[in-house]
Design a binder for this molecule. Structure first.
Ligand SMILES: [Mg+2]
Length: 325
């Protein structure tokens, strides 16, 4: 279908500063390239090895060279994402998600981070709140923290994302607390096992376009899990986001807002025109790059060589033959 030289010809490596430190990331490096269907994005985090990055490359190639799945809606409802920032920065961050009525907040624990929930509710008293714990609690810590959050804020929580990492802890927690639980990290950990067990541990599954390996793989994953889904991003540029939006728009049922508004956490995106959230939604369309922004955020020639080498070594591992000939 294509040669590696085709990717490298159109390959752009951009380095975009983030507005705040997001999970230790201050500058996001991303590879963008174009196939017969349009622009695509390959952006596993720098520390990811060949195996982990391969599903991301599979997603990137599929989106570049195969048509999008059938879209069942034109717009997708989006949630705001609030990283751990100082209290006076909260309104500025949340204004980046106009019309969003769901706010996802990264938390470590109640004592340290309850001010973020308070500030978010002050900004939007009607907001539904999601807490993302990234698997940071054991069962006891989860019970204590969720008791405190619930006592203090009452019924504002839509769901708690990955409170514990272990499936056994999640299953016990789900029986103990009157809150919905979402799984994110658990999905990738459980990929080689029977994914239907996730139903006993959670109420919602967080699905990401690139780490799932693209549209076809994500769809298989969604069917195997059998839970309502939220399509989310991995701090992608507007190109990766456009593919996440297409995945969300291809779902027959979508009862939750999706975590695809994260380009507003960047100092700038690379699209012309940029993604614009209207009434809490984003439109689902193929995106074009802005040449000026592209040259403004172009990474160094050394970084470009590093990314070319990264792509070469993933392809050399094999397994992407469906896309290579
Ligand atoms: Mg998460």
């Amino acid at each position: 279908m294509f040669e590696l030289s085709e990717i490298f010809q159109d390959l752009n490596i951009v380095a975009i500063p983030t507005k705040t430190n997001f999970r230790g990331v201050n500058v996001r490096e991303v590879a963008l390239f174009r196939g017969s269907q349009g622009w695509s994005e390959f952006s596993p985090f720098i520390e990811y090895g060949v195996n982990e990055s391969k599903t991301w490359l599979q997603a990137a190639l599929e989106a570049a060279y195969k048509p999008w799945p059938k879209l069942l809606r034109e717009k997708v409802l989006i949630n705001a994402t609030l990283p751990q920032v100082a209290i006076d920065e909260v309104p500025r961050i949340l204004r980046g998600f106009p019309g969003a009525n769901t706010i996802k907040i990264k938390v470590d624990d109640f004592e340290k981070d309850n001010y973020l929930v308070e500030a978010a509710l002050e900004f939007n008293p009607d907001a539904k709140i999601r807490l993302d714990v990234n698997g940071g609690w054991d069962l006891q810590t989860a019970l204590l923290n969720l008791y405190n959050f619930h006592l203090r804020f009452g019924n504002v929580f839509e769901y708690i994302e990955q409170p514990c990492l272990e499936l056994t802890d999640l299953a016990k927690l789900k029986k103990e607390v009157p809150l919905k639980i979402a799984v994110d990290e658990s999905i990738r950990k459980a990929l080689d096992t029977d994914l239907s067990v996730l139903k006993e541990c959670a109420d919602v599954a967080i699905i990401k376009w690139a780490p799932s390996g693209g549209f076809a793989s994500a769809q298989k994953l969604i069917s195997a899990i059998g839970l309502p889904v939220v399509i989310s991003s991995a701090l992608d540029t507007g190109i990766g986001i456009s593919h996440g939006l297409a995945l969300a728009a291809a779902q027959p049922e979508m009862e939750f807002a999706c975590g695809l508004g994260t380009t507003s956490l960047f100092v700038s995106d690379v699209l012309a025109p940029s993604l614009l959230m209207v009434d809490g939604s984003l439109e689902v369309v193929r995106q074009e790059l802005d040449e000026e922004l592209l040259s403004k955020y172009q990474a160094s020639p050394e970084r470009r060589l590093w990314w070319e080498e990264r792509i070469r070594s993933i392809v050399a591992e094999g397994g992407l033959d469906e896309y290579l000939n």
